[in-house]
Design a protein around this ligand. Structure first.
Ligand SMILES: O=C(O)CCC(=O)C(=O)O
Length: 253
């Protein structure tokens, strides 16, 4: 049974993460897998950065309704991207990620408001993520712990492995403790996209979105695409026709 928007928000507030089932259709997954394969040739790193500039197929997910609606309910209308990356982990490569938060590392003791302004990531999984494939592991509620996670990948009391199907998205708070287990599958790849969101007045990692497509969309794209690619400083007005533009953008996919 699917959750209402307010149930999704309540679950996110409690746990620090939320699974959006079937955020992508089978056709969308097939297309995105094809494009991830094409752009990842030559990469040996876990992350393939700045995918907006590598293929236009990644642009519509900037405002993809099943995720964008939740993000706006959580963070408000002045969102932008911090980064948009992909990963493609081939069989035998493993490539785990130890415990971390996506928000910046901060020296302890953490002050009460260290985690504001919040960033919220969305991982779209393009393959079924079984235990063997190396699931995302999270510690529910850790986004409110006011502490940094330990280093490494040791078991943490209460940790949850997030097993998802291809096309599912996982939205998670920038302060949530999380890790990714290695891909131990003998023959199958583990592919995902990461759309990390933050408030439009935050400008860290400004080296992202420097390519021709990003620059052109930021200068003359529809309002929400301009905003998502970091055009504004947060003082900007949201134009009266922004929602109309958004509806036609989302409807035209
Ligand atoms: O690949 C994953 O499941 C999560 C990767 C991760 O830890 C991150 O994007 O911060």
């Amino acid at each position: 049974m699917s959750l209402t928007l307010s149930e999704q928000v309540a679950q996110f507030e409690r746990d620090g993460y939320l699974v959006v089932k079937q955020a992508l259709s089978k056709e969308q997954v097939a297309l995105l897998v094809e494009r991830v394969i094409a752009i990842s040739e030559g990469f040996t790193t876990r992350e393939i950065p700045d995918i907006i500039d590598r293929d236009e197929a990644f642009v519509p997910l900037l405002v993809h309704p099943p995720v964008f609606n939740v993000m706006r309910a959580l963070m408000g209308p002045k969102l932008q991207m911090e980064s948009v990356n992909a990963t493609r982990i081939k069989p035998g490569k493993g490539m785990p990620v130890g415990w971390h938060m996506d928000s910046h590392v901060y020296p302890e003791p953490l002050p009460p408001y260290w985690y504001f302004p919040v960033s919220i990531n969305c991982a779209y999984y393009l393959d079924d993520i079984t235990q063997e494939k190396g699931p995302l592991v999270v510690v529910p509620g850790s986004h409110k712990s006011g502490a940094n996670p330990p280093e490494g990948l040791d078991h943490i009391e209460g940790q949850v492995e997030v097993l998802v199907d291809a096309g599912d998205a996982v939205i998670f708070h920038g302060a949530l403790w999380h890790a990714a287990l290695p891909n131990l599958h003998p023959t199958e790849e583990r592919r995902a996209l990461y759309y990390n969101h933050l408030q439009s007045f935050c400008k860290y990692r400004v080296d992202n979105f420097k390519g021709d497509r990003s620059q052109q969309l930021r200068e003359s794209g529809p309002f929400y695409i301009q905003q998502m690619l970091g055009k504004f400083d947060g003082w900007h007005e949201i134009p009266a026709d922004a929602e109309e533009q958004l509806a036609s953008l989302q409807g035209s996919k």
